[in-house]
Design a protein around this ligand. Structure first.
Ligand code: FE2
Ligand code: FE2
Length: 292
């Protein structure tokens, strides 16, 4: 079972650039082209929030146009830049977006693997939250899929990163405590996968020993790795990419980070050029983000 994760697409309205510099729709189209070429074909793609940038309804229109190119089943998660009802209206055929009633929360079974998507949005702020209603839903769903390997997907990660600027917009302390309390009751959680950080970070879930959580690079711009306390936040055009979560019986989830290229290579260990494996990052043409 291969689950591809894209995150923090931040699609803008036509003619606008995210952070004044990044054509995020173009970046998303390149990521989708790379995923469509991937071998083996992912069983599903999950987009872990911040699908658009401001939010504005015209951005969801552009997002929909971009995602139409994806020929793999797609699941959408909300982030702090999203608008629940705007998303539902833009993707009416994604009926699972409405099953969580007030929140965009749902369960998806991918063969033997279950994915539970959580809604950590807490408007109007950029930080995240999980109220008792959302945590109760999580506990109920985890009980219902007991014994099945399960991935929990949510936008805000349940850990501090050390990037102080972003930790200021993290999941609330109350939500982290509640999340740890709920998932500690269940032994079938393989991984917690998140977005929001625009970087690849791995950490244990605070308060839930043995459960690993990770964030993923954005399909567009990245957050600067600023580990100096008090460092101001900024973005960088480090390579965009996506994650491939490979689950196999007996082995669990292994997470591979793939960058959207092209890159030199591949070469033999003697330095000779060899044909790239189908879908390998170096097989992907034309990695370029337009700058003004
Ligand atoms: Fe984001
Ligand atoms: Fe975010």
């Amino acid at each position: 079972m291969l689950l591809c994760q894209i995150t923090d697409l931040h699609v803008t309205r036509p003619g606008a650039l995210a952070c004044g510099r990044v054509d995020t729709a173009q970046a998303l189209r390149r990521a989708i082209a790379a995923i469509n070429r991937w071998t083996p074909r992912p069983d599903a793609v999950i987009a872990t929030g911040d699908l658009i940038d401001t939010p504005h309804s015209s951005e969801y229109k552009v997002l929909r146009e971009c995602l139409a190119d994806l020929d793999i089943p797609l699941y959408l998660v909300v982030g702090n830049h999203d608008h629940r009802e705007g998303l539902r209206q833009a993707f009416p055929e994604h009926v699972y977006l409405r099953t969580g009633q007030a929140f965009v929360q749902y369960r998806v079974d991918l063969g033997p693997l279950t994915v539970l998507a959580l809604d950590t949005q807490d408007p109007p702020g950029a930080g995240g939250h999980l109220c008792e209603a959302r945590l109760t839903w999580l506990d109920t769903e985890l009980r219902a899929c007991e014994g099945r390997p399960t991935i929990v997907a949510m936008h805000h990660p349940p850990f501090d990163t050390g990037i102080e600027f972003m930790d200021g917009y993290g999941l609330s302390a109350q939500a982290r405590a509640g999340f740890a309390r709920v998932i500690s009751r269940h032994s079938h959680i393989e991984r917690v996968i998140c977005g929001h950080l625009h970087r690849s970070i791995h950490a244990g879930v605070e308060g839930a020993p043995g459960i690993m959580a990770s964030t993923c690079v954005s399909t567009a711009h990245q957050i600067t790795l600023g580990l100096v306390p008090g460092a101001p936040g900024s973005v960088t055009l480090e390579p965009p990419g996506f994650a491939m979560h490979l689950w196999q019986p007996g082995a669990g989830v292994r997470t591979h980070l793939a960058y959207v290229g092209p890159f030199d290579g591949p070469y033999t260990f003697e330095g000779e050029s060899v044909a790239p494996a189908p879908g390998a990052p170096s097989d992907i043409p034309d990695r370029h983000i337009d700058m003004p």
